[in-house]
Design a protein around this ligand. Structure first.
Ligand SMILES: Cc1ncc(COP(=O)(O)O)c(C=O)c1O
Length: 467
């Protein structure tokens, strides 16, 4: 039943939070927190630069760029203008056998930024669809090449790649999947590159650890049979679990393995592209050339949704001929408004030198966050660019982590709310070991680094005293 904008919640007067409680189904959210009306639902109403404001007028530093999205910061008039201009001229047309200038121009621009011969851009509306598209393309490509059995995929433990059934299969978080099993079969997992949790002899030797971790991919391919494996999906820096950069030599070895076994390498850059680690595409920063890049989030800085799968000329080649086509698409893939906003967003990147800014400032961001290592609860600070994870531990010397009940008390019961109350929006995550994740807009500098450090210091010190 529609109750309209004046909807009243049974719990009390008409408020926007009340209507949310009654009607809005939030994503990955425990609604029980708000059911009895005591849990406060944050309602964010405005953004400017690196800050957002809630409906009570309180200001928060956006330490996560929304959800690893708002690269150029909030409140950019020119992006709103670009959207309005495009909507006035041509609000919508599909990319199904027709094209429009915004998508054409953006495809050309993305191909120009992408490394190697990654020249073919297939637009989606977000990251999960890009991942889904990449798996489908890998399967289709190998069929067209006569290798009909190559359909399986390899990805890493704890990695997140999206929620559609294929992308969720690729995701390495069992708790996110168990309710939806059986998912798409044929997705196996290998270890991620969390050197902080690596076995003892490898922990102190990053090169050896990198070789070991990459070789687990070769082993999985061998175990399954190379003729059955289509692709490997890896983030340049893995987010879930708390920011695992690749150890030295890791991607060079992965590339070798993929070439040796005729397996496609998919660089899932839904988070890492568009400046997050200081370049348009992270694979280029990290020195490898994948067969496919998947990207989304930062392409428009969130001012309108879009995603893309960028494929190499080699993968597109069989689709150039005869009646062959890729039977796949999305109504809103490459939406004109989103494509126009992406172009304007990328103009800001170029004009303000945002990638260079991240490269220049990243060492200071790291040094500032590393000050927190003097706290007993901070076990590890790791990441690249403007993308960090801070792992929390019970015992620094032994690296003992919190058990489930402690994690629940610490992260859900205290930290998330306390950080927010102290004016910092970021994420306390326990999809692996407990971590705090930071990925601010790319426009921030030392004063925001200091603000982040100061809030974390206060709140983590209090958290330790409550344990
Ligand atoms: C690496 C990675 N891949 C895929 C996705 C899914 O993207 P979306 O939520 O836009 O579907 C995400 C989302 O955070 C991601 O981090």
């Amino acid at each position: 039943m529609s109750t309209g904008p004046q909807a009243t919640s049974e719990q009390g007067p008409s408020t926007i939070a009340g209507t949310a409680r009654d009607h809005l189904w939030m994503h990955f959210t425990r609604h029980s927190t708000f059911e009895d009306g005591t849990g406060h639902l944050p309602v964010i109403v405005r953004g400017e630069g690196a800050y957002v404001w809630d409906d009570a007028g309180r200001r928060y530093l956006d330490g996560l760029a929304g959800l690893f999205v708002v690269q150029v910061g909030h409140g950019r008039e020119e992006l709103a203008e670009a959207a309005a201009r495009q909507a006035r001229q041509l609000a919508y047309f599909p990319l199904w056998s027709y094209a429009h200038p915004a998508a054409i121009e953006l495809a050309g621009r993305l191909a120009g930024y992408a490394p190697g011969d990654l020249n073919r851009v297939f637009f989606t509306t977000g990251g999960g669809e890009a991942v889904e598209s990449a798996w489908k393309l890998a399967k289709h490509y190998w069929k067209l090449r006569g290798k009909h059995g190559k359909h399986k995929v390899v990805s890493r433990s704890v990695a997140y790649h999206g929620t559609t059934q294929g992308a969720l299969s690729i995701t390495g978080i069992p708790e996110a999947k168990e309710m939806f099993e059986p998912l798409v079969p044929g997705a196996m997992k290998v270890p991620n590159t969390n050197i902080y949790r690596a076995p003892e002899p490898l922990r102190g030797d990053p090169e050896r650890f990198g070789r070991w971790a990459a070789d687990r991919i070769a082993e999985a391919i061998e175990f399954e049979g190379p003729d059955t494996v289509a692709a490997v999906f890896l983030e340049p820096v893995q987010n879930s679990g708390g920011c695992f950069p690749p150890p030295p030599g890791y991607f060079a070895r992965v590339r070798e393995i993929c070439d040796e076994y005729d397996v496609l390498l998919v660089s899932d850059e839904v988070i890492c592209a568009f400046g997050r680690i200081g370049g348009m595409f992270a694979c280029e920063e990290l020195g490898y050339v994948p067969d496919i890049i998947t990207c989304a989030k930062g392409m428009t800085s969130g001012y309108s949704p879009i995603g893309a799968m960028i494929a190499s000329d080699r993968l597109f080649e069989p689709f150039r001929h005869g009646t062959t086509y890729f039977p796949h698409g999305y109504t809103f893939g490459g939406h004109p408004v989103s494509a126009a906003v992406a172009m304007a967003n990328l103009d800001i990147f170029e004009r303000e030198g945002l990638n260079q800014h991240v490269r220049d400032q990243a060492p200071a961001f790291r040094t500032t966050l590393e000050k927190l290592l003097d706290l007993p609860i901070v076990g590890d600070v790791r990441g690249e660019g403007y993308f960090y994870g801070i792992e929390l531990v019970k015992d620094k010397a032994t690296r003992e982590t919190f058990d489930d009940a402690e994690s629940e008390r610490l992260l859900r019961g205290y930290l998330s709310q306390a950080l927010f109350d102290a004016g910092l929006y970021c994420r306390a995550d326990d999809r692996g070991d407990p971590v705090i994740q930071l990925a601010p807009p790319l426009i921030v500098g030392q004063s925001e680094f200091d603000e982040i450090e100061s809030v974390l210091r206060t709140v983590l010190t209090k958290a330790w005293s409550l344990l």
